[in-house]
Design a protein around this ligand. Sequence first.
Ligand SMILES: [Fe+2]
Ligand SMILES: [Fe+2]
Length: 283
Amino acid sequence: MNNSPANLLIRKLDIDLATGFPRHWHNDDAFKSMYYNALSMSFPVGEQFFIDSVRAGLELLPDTPEHASLRVTIRQFIGQEATHRHIHYLYNSHLEKQGLNNHWQHWALRRIAIAEKYKFHPLSLLAITAAYEHCTAILADGTLRYANWFDGAEPKMQTLWRWHAAEETEHKAVAYDLYQTLGGGYMRRVSWYAYTALLFILEAGSQTLLNLHRDKSLFRASTYWSALKFLFGKNGSIWRYTLPMLQYFSYRFHPNKHGKRELAEQWLNDNAELWRDVNARVN
Ligand SMILES: [Fe+2]
Ligand SMILES: [Fe+2]
């Protein structure tokens, strides 16, 4: 089944990260700033892995007319992820200047080296990519759906995170569709998902704690109060993540059956002055 949209735009975002942003850019809240910083730290290495996995999968896809549209979509997926990598590289460079250490990238690089050493099957690499794409799609849907997730943050950081969320929503089915088209099965998909989702939660939590420690805000009561609200408050992540995380185990799961794609379209239309279409380069 190929439900991926036939045309994903590659957008260049008009924001200036060279001038940096405050340490507590998220509403002066240390916990939320360091949590989203942690996620950003995972993206340059992670998204390169997604690109490499779908490229390897693309080589296995028969060059026949029935797959022509999926081939184009995959190239556009690569274009979108490459843009995200670049923006988050700039973002993370600023975090380094603020004194934060990116441990997550080294954890990920070590795992990628193991996958290369033991020559993981391309379908397993795609299953891991599809699993991460589902985790990202849940975060993206919440980012676009619940205004309170980013309200009060620096305007350019709101733009960056919502733009990334919109494109993740647009392309959330691409790796999954390629996996299925290449004959990837249920057991491989859910086994890698269970491992990947657990790792994602553990590493996001660990990097957030390390960031808070470097930020000297780990032992403040306000940090824990914010974390509690983030987990259990209005639109808290425990309430909003758990069910969609579990839905991936359904035999009939497909990424496009979940979330609200219109939210991405609406944000992109409402903020059209903030991005430029550079799609022509990859078609
Ligand atoms: Fe991305
Ligand atoms: Fe993605």
